[in-house]
Write a protein that binds this ligand. Structure first.
Ligand SMILES: Nc1ncnc2c1ncn2[C@@H]1O[C@H](COP(=O)(O)OP(=O)(O)O)[C@@H](O)[C@H]1O
Ligand code: SF4
Ligand SMILES: [Mg+2]
Length: 375
């Protein structure tokens, strides 16, 4: 869609992010690699519990804090010890492997404009989070302050992130109006003085998008942007995202379990299950000609009209993914999809597949890709 997309904005390499829990480590992000190029929108698509939000929290540098919070409030001594070991390892610059123990928290690399975010300290992170990288969290209801007018709430992002900048009050006010206009909120000059309760759910979501773009970020992450809104207003939220893409040319990571949302807004898509990227490629390839058995099963569970036509032509059956997603504290030893995969063989149950490029820009995590029947 946009031009000049060959420069990488964000490159995630062998990212892992493990939570602690009373049942052991939750391997929420497990050796994840993909990149987002300048101006590109990448979708992170997968079933609930796949690890999508955990990827976002890792990029934002808040995964460890969130995970540690649960360990400390639960009073679980064993997990608190694991976090103490994590701190020790971090001080020494060691990864889990060098400590001979699997540790919770984030490891791997998140390259953002030449810096590895995983190695940044909190002070450096603050310059990036909410400024160069912004986030619209899942479930918008709690994200806006109910007691404060939306205009000042949106402007706040500018004051906190550009304290020593030359933005005068009038300039900030102008930017707020311009941004609300861009996300197509009607009568912004009047409604900037209203409180969140006076807006509908779809409008809330667009106000949060406005908040996330006012700092002119390089990358915006939208976590399930349409999940909390009614079907009737989903279109307007998606239109707002597309308008922002066209006008501002910022890169996007759009998290969704709805292939329609991904198809409409993204250039490329990473399909995620059990903490792994199962398939990555351009949206057309992955959603119309999926190569991975998991992607096939996922899109067959809620097929698009185009796909229904194709399924009928080929005499295939429409059905959901059989069985339940694997327990993330006790993953199968081989491919995490093997208990649910129609094509699983011994190698699948015993060995973890390699995430490999099967054609330029198309990545697959499957032992048997070449042998599978074409879709
Ligand atoms: N704070 C937490 N502590 C422990 N486990 C968590 C926590 N948050 C999420 N999880 C688990 O991590 C896995 C991935 O969750 P998440 O990243 O939220 O998935 P998604 O966004 O794809 O639904 C799930 O198994 C979930 O239950
Ligand atoms: S590796 Fe085996 S079990 Fe996993 S998706 Fe491929 S064929 Fe299925
Ligand atoms: Mg989520």
């Amino acid at each position: 869609m946009s031009d000049g997309k060959n420069t990488s904005i964000l490159r995630i390499e062998n990212l892992r992010a493990f939570y602690t829990s009373k049942h052991g480590l939750v391997r929420a992000v497990n050796d994840v690699t993909f990149e987002i190029k300048e101006g590109e929108a990448v979708g992170l698509f997968g079933e609930s519990g796949a690890g999508k939000t955990s990827v976002a929290l890792s990029i934002l540098g808040i995964f460890d804090r969130m995970s540690r919070y649960y360990a400390s409030t639960s009073g679980d001594k064993e997990n608190q010890q694991l976090w103490a070991l994590r701190d020790k390892a971090k001080k020494k610059g060691f990864a889990s492997a060098e400590m001979d123990i699997e540790l919770p928290g984030v490891e791997g690399h998140i390259w953002f404009r030449g810096n590895d975010l995983v190695a940044l300290d909190e002070k450096e992170y603050r310059k990036i989070r909410g400024n160069e990288i912004t986030y619209v969290p899942q479930g918008t209801a709690k994200s806006l302050n109910p007691y404060s007018k939306i205009g000042p709430q949106i402007a706040e992002a500018l004051w906190t992130h550009d304290e020593d900048s030359v933005f005068w009050e009038r300039e900030v006010a102008r930017l707020v109006l311009e941004t609300l206009d861009l996300v197509e909120l009607a009568d912004p000059d009047i409604r900037k003085n209203m409180k969140p309760s006076q807006f509908s759910m779809g409008e809330d979501q667009r106000i949060l998008i406005a908040m996330a773009i006012i700092t002119n970020p390089v990358l915006m992450i939208a976590d399930e942007p349409t999940t909390a809104v009614d079907v009737g207003v989903q279109r307007r939220v998606l239109d707002a995202i597309m308008l922002v893409r066209d006008e501002l040319k910022i890169a996007f990571l759009i998290i969704s379990n709805d292939q329609g949302v991904i198809a409409q807004t993204c250039d490329s898509v990473a399909v995620m299950s059990a903490g792994r990227i199962m398939e990555f490629g351009d949206v057309k390839t992955v959603l119309i000609n999926p190569g991975h058995p998991f992607t096939r099963a996922l899109i067959m569970s809620n097929p698009s009209m185009e796909l229904i036509r194709k399924i009928k032509e080929k005499g295939l059956r429409i059905r959901g993914i059989p069985g339940k997603p694997p327990d993330m504290t006790n993953l199968p030893p081989g491919c995490p999809f093997s208990p649910r995969c129609d094509y699983a063989q011994d190698i699948c149950r015993e060995q973890i597949p390699k995430y490999r490029q099967v054609e330029p820009g198309h990545w697959i995590f499957c032992h048997r890709y070449e042998e599978l029947p074409k879709f």
